[in-house]
Design a protein around this ligand. Structure first.
Ligand code: GAR
Length: 206
């Protein structure tokens, strides 16, 4: 059984979909802990499912590296096989990526490499794109630049707002995320070798 930690910043609607999927006894992965960088609304899903959670508040640390060191320490308590960034709106510091790579994946509301970053939906609209999409990628130490595991196009409709477009993208993200986690757990999707430039593996990796 693949053990999974999910990290969030927001409402956690994609997390919720993954929790619902994993509640099926036939699903080959189990969410063992949920973490956040703030008192995110989505932590309520952890409580509803009786899953442990932790918060490493971004504001409490002097630097990204200090925040990341505490996040890494929390993750090492649980030693998940896979870390899912599901709306975590912070870049992980290089050391944390190095410690867990390639076993960190991220969902993104655009068809990468188009529109990376924190405002993927807004940027697609601002560019006048006629279609955008959803992607699930392996996290590397760039911004949404890791290998693409799954992606699908979503058309932009006349009159779309950032919110209406994002709400149409999210169900696609959920479907892709659940399928990717399932395939990783079943062994039919490999996350690949550790990137060579990420340093030596941490003892707390897999
Ligand atoms: C999702 O669309 C996710 O892809 C996005 O935040 C949303 C979280 O929604 N992440 C990023 O944009 C990361 N660059 P949720 O909290 O309702 O699941």
């Amino acid at each position: 059984m693949l053990t999974v930690a999910v990290l969030i910043s927001g409402t956690g609607s994609n997390l919720r979909a993954l929790l619902d999927a994993a509640a099926d006894p036939g699903f080959p992965a189990r969410i063992i802990v949920i973490g956040a960088d703030r008192e995110a609304d989505g932590l309520a899903h952890a409580e509803a499912f009786g899953i442990p959670s932790f918060v490493v508040p971004w504001e409490a640390f002097e630097s990204r590296e200090a925040w990341g060191a505490e996040l890494d320490a929390q993750l090492k308590v649980w030693r998940p096989d896979l870390i899912v960034l599901s709306g975590l709106m912070r870049l992980l510091p290089r050391d944390v990526v190095a410690a867990w790579a390639p076993n960190i994946i991220n969902t993104h509301p655009a068809f990468l490499p188009e529109f990376p970053g924190a405002h993927g939906v807004r940027d697609a609209l601002a560019a006048g794109a006629s279609e955008t999409g959803a992607s699930v990628i392996v996290v590397d130490d760039g911004v949404d630049s890791g290998p693409i595991l799954a992606q699908e196009r979503v058309p932009v409709q006349q009159g779309d707002t950032e919110s209406s477009l994002h709400e149409r993208i999210k169900p696609v993200e959920r479907r892709l995320l659940i399928d990717v986690v399932r395939r990783i757990a079943e062994g039919s999707l490999e996350l690949g070798a550790r990137p060579h430039d990420l340093g030596s593996p941490s003892a707390a990796g897999r």
